[in-house]
Design a protein around this ligand. Structure first.
Ligand SMILES: Cc1ncc(COP(=O)(O)O)c(C=O)c1O
Length: 470
């Protein structure tokens, strides 16, 4: 040794270290690959990380969706599945958990988040309507457009700047929302589409003050506020940490208060709720509920299972309870922050402040020599995979799709590569390996040449598009 002294994480921050509030009971071996194997796999996948086989991946940071490790209690719950076609007891457990922790009156189960987005869009949107939201999300906006609406981004400007340190970059810009109401008329706005910890902005939270103000404005115009609650638990932690008056309040209390300013929510339970599949919709309005309950049987399944098995609903009901445990949320977001701190220390460009579920590499600053039409974020995802077998996801021009009217690429300000951390799956050592691989790609950034898209699917093109290297 050279005389340098080694420090634990806690010591580096002048505090006692903390660790994950769980221990590992079962392990799943990972496969290591050679560079040659990865080159072949990436070619086969058309340079799209969604098209890789997972057995060719070492550390899988494609998504935090459906990739969580379930607890022993959840696995035990799987054995308690009541697989009756109608009226499964697991459904009533799920309904009670959502009512208790989110506070909504009526519940409709769905197979996953986009099932819920489909039902709510078809139920509330008429052709020619307008839906404002705090930045688009891919599947959410597509369902709104397929139902005939035009989506309007009314997030604050700071959200589009990866270096702006605003503590609540997910906030709605009330002036933009008010201007849209004036322009198109409240009767053309079926709801405001409000997301907790805005995924496409880098996992950025919405403040309690903001949701309260959005609700007040919408109430004056008779417009509903509907919440994408997919990562609302993480949003609640940011409120506890950053918003005056919420320090020391529990995640569960904050979650319930936040939801009380909305008229309903849809949920991809595959994230916060620590299950591999599932979703739900919840509303307070009985008439809307009747409509949704009618439609769910057409597309998802009976209104007491909505596409889920009884055992899935049981695991989900237990996951909802585990998801709001303060220690769990702190350690989950803490792990994301740890990775962010390493990259920040090494001057690697990432979206700041670090969000709840992922590190977003800023591909514009990573590869300033690549034009956006050369898919810099997709290129970075490919380079990372080649370097180490780590799988990430593009959240830039490929994800943004095309303008439905002009047919041109949507060119988002944010051109990001997302390193998404699954919940309760990887250790701090995995995060170290990831950080070093990102650094290796950063050190060789000048050699990156970009990609051209050779196959473009009509819907949600980022999932299945194929690219060739330049
Ligand atoms: C914010 C947000 N909303 C909705 C969805 C759609 O949910 P699902 O993938 O379960 O269909 C996702 C999934 O990635 C998401 O991140």
């Amino acid at each position: 040794m050279t005389g340098r002294s080694l420090h634990t994480m806690g010591q580096q921050h002048d505090r006692r270290s903390w660790a994950e509030p769980w221990k590992i009971k079962m392990v799943e071996p990972l496969r290591m690959t050679t560079r040659e194997q990865r080159e072949a796999a990436l070619r086969e996948a058309g340079h799209n990380t969604f098209l890789l086989r997972s057995e060719d991946v070492y550390i899988d940071l494609l998504t935090d969706s459906g990739t969580s490790a379930m607890s022993d209690r959840q696995w035990a719950g799987m054995m308690l599945g009541d697989e009756a076609y109608a009226g499964s007891r697991n459904y009533y457990r799920l309904e009670a958990a959502i009512q208790r922790f989110y506070g909504y009156r009526y519940i409709v189960p769905t197979h996953q988040g986009r099932g819920a987005e489909h039902l709510i869009s078809q139920t509330l949107i008429k052709p020619g309507d307008h839906v404002p939201g705090n930045m688009y999300f891919t599947t959410t906006r597509l369902h709104q457009e397929l139902a005939g609406a035009t989506f309007h981004d009314v997030i604050i400007d700071e959200a589009h700047d990866p270096q702006d340190l605003h503590p609540f970059k997910g906030n709605v810009d009330l002036a933009k929302l008010a201007a849209l109401i004036d322009e198109v008329g409240a009767e053309k706005i079926p709801y405001v589409s409000l997301a907790g910890t805005v995924n496409m902005a880098g996992g950025q939270p919405v403040s309690m003050a903001n949701v309260r103000a959005v609700k007040e404005l919408c109430d004056r115009h008779g417009i509903r506020v509907l919440l994408d609650a997919t990562r609302m638990v993480e949003n609640a932690l940011f409120i506890a940490e950053r918003e005056e008056g919420y320090a020391g309040r529990s995640i569960a209390e904050i979650l319930l208060e936040f939801c009380s300013y909305t008229d309903g929510a849809w949920m991809s339970a595959k994230k916060d709720h620590l299950v591999n599949i599932g979703g739900w919709l919840a509303v307070n309005d009985q008439t809307v509920f009747e409509e949704l309950r009618n439609l769910v049987v057409v597309y998802e399944g009976l209104h007491t299972y909505g596409g889920m098995a009884g055992r899935d609903m049981e695991a989900l009901a237990i996951g909802i309870e585990e998801a709001v445990q303060d220690d769990h949320v702190r350690s989950r977001v803490g792990q994301v922050r740890y990775l962010g701190e390493l990259l920040t220390e090494w001057d690697i460009p990432i979206v700041q402040p670090v969000g709840g579920h992922a590190i977003f590499l800023d591909a514009r600053r990573f590869y300033p020599h690549l034009a956006q039409d050369l898919f810099p974020a997709q290129t970075l995802a490919a380079e990372l995979y080649l370097d180490s077998g780590i799988r990430s996801m593009e959240r830039g021009i490929a994800s943004a799709g095309r303008n439905p009217v002009t047919g041109d690429h949507n060119r988002p300000k944010l051109e990001l590569t997302r390193l998404t951390i699954p919940r309760r799956v990887y250790t701090q050592a995995h995060m170290d390996v990831v950080a070093e691989s990102v650094k290796a790609c950063y050190d060789s950034r000048e050699s990156a040449r970009g990609l051209v898209m050779r196959y473009e699917p009509k819907y949600l093109r980022f999932f299945q598009a194929r690219f060739d290297p330049l």
